[in-house]
Design a protein around this ligand. Structure first.
Ligand SMILES: Nc1ncnc2c1ncn2[C@@H]1O[C@H](COP(=O)(O)OP(=O)(O)OP(=O)(O)O)[C@@H](O)[C@H]1O
Length: 241
């Protein structure tokens, strides 16, 4: 079994509106999977179901072949605007996460993490005074402290300067190289094309297409933008020129 997270026929409605319609796809171990779709396609709802924050009406999500309810500690989710307790310093926030999750890292181990995330100059500042890129690195550090095997990122890769972006990308690559998996929802097609290993397209709550090897997709120098639009056209979905 080379996959970690498996969505099997998952459906979800809010009131009478069907938001997810029998979606099925797998997230492979050691890979970064981009989750692409227009506004309102159902990406955040899917991620929240995978995190156990929403319950599907039908279908199930398995992690390493076990029900997601049993495996909640293995999955972590960073929403588009992570709430990090503005009045705490970064160090206090990390201490708070460790207390919350019964994790007992030594001072040296925390310091090693701080250096790895390039947060040496920022960790003792109040979170409200950090740049967005540094807040995101802190959120990532807090989320990965407990070594979950699946990381769900909702529009995380946006509003980050190039230096922090380079660092974040290298942290995410290290994370999957250790056999973990990432499902990353994004509207930044360039990031999906150059950084991710596979693609899952969702449109109006249905899975449109799964590309498990991104390198085989763009043989004719086609941009992901063109590919995305042609996919929508083929599905009869809304098109934007
Ligand atoms: N709690 C809720 N109650 C009712 N409708 C909801 C709720 N949460 C989401 N929706 C609706 O479900 C649909 C899918 O929303 P979702 O946030 O999953 O889409 P998305 O693909 O993440 O969109 P975006 O790219 O804009 O973030 C939208 O029409 C949204 O308005």
């Amino acid at each position: 079994m080379n996959y970690s997270l498996s969505f099997q026929n998952v459906s979800k409605s809010f009131e009478t509106k069907r938001i997810l319609d029998h979606i099925s796809f797998d997230i492979e171990k050691g890979k970064i999977t981009a989750f692409l779709g227009q506004n309102g396609a159902g990406k955040t709802t899917t991620l929240k179901i995978a995190m156990g924050l929403l319950t599907p009406d039908e279908g199930k999500v398995l992690l390493h072949n076990e029900s997601i309810e049993k495996m909640k500690k293995e999955v972590t989710f960073i929403p588009d605007h992570p709430y990090l307790y503005d009045e705490l310093t970064g160090r206090e926030y990390i201490k708070f996460i460790m207390e919350l999750t019964d994790l007992n890292l030594s001072k040296e181990e925390v310091e090693k993490q701080v250096v790895y995330y390039h947060l040496e100059k920022e960790i003792d500042k109040k979170i409200k005074n950090l740049s967005l890129g540094n807040k995101k690195k802190l959120a990532l550090m807090g989320s990965l402290l407990n070594k979950p095997s699946v990381l769900l990122l909702d529009e995380f890769i946006s509003g980050i300067d190039p230096i922090n972006m380079k660092k974040i990308k290298s942290i995410l690559k290290d994370y999957v190289s250790a056999g973990n998996s990432i499902l990353l929802s994004t509207h930044q097609l360039e990031v999906a094309q150059t950084f991710c290993d596979s693609l899952v397209f969702i449109n109006e709550g249905k899975i449109l297409k799964i590309e498990s090897d991104i390198s085989s997709v763009f043989t004719k120098n086609e941009s992901l933008e063109d590919y995305f639009i042609s996919m929508l056209n083929m599905s009869g979905g809304t098109q934007h020129d």
